[in-house]
Write a protein that binds this ligand. Structure first.
Ligand code: FES
Length: 116
């Protein structure tokens, strides 16, 4: 790990390895004392969002993923995975996204740095 990487990952939380996430899928990450996160892999790129739908208590990792969009398994609302934007009713509140930090094969995020 380079000095630069250690600065980037200081206070960051390690979520998983890139290889743990299947292409075109989401992996639910449970962390203590906060709602779960979702790590998605879309065309080899990693994205991190909140896992819980903003409309209800559904896990978005259990939703269908197509063209970078995840469809909620409960009422078929949908979110753009890269931006967290709610793009389909009944979802209207955007999903929080987090900038992933990749160090080797490890995926980290700063939970206090919400991208959107
Ligand atoms: S809980 Fe996700 S659309 Fe209703």
């Amino acid at each position: 790990m380079s000095a630069n990487n250690s600065v980037e990952t200081q206070d960051a939380i390690r979520l998983c390895q890139v290889a743990d996430v299947a292409e075109g899928n989401g992996l639910q990450i449970n962390l203590p004392e906060r709602p779960p996160l979702a790590v998605f892999k879309i065309e080899g790129q990693i994205f991190v969002t909140d896992d819980t739908c903003t409309h209800g208590q559904a896990s978005l990792c259990e939703g269908e993923i197509e063209d970078g969009v995840v469809e909620c398994p409960f009422h078929q609302g949908a979110f753009d995975i890269a931006t967290g934007k709610a793009i389909s009713a009944p979802c209207s509140v955007h999903l929080k996204t987090y900038q992933p930090i990749l160090v080797g094969d490890d995926v980290f995020v700063h939970l206090d740095k919400v991208s959107s």
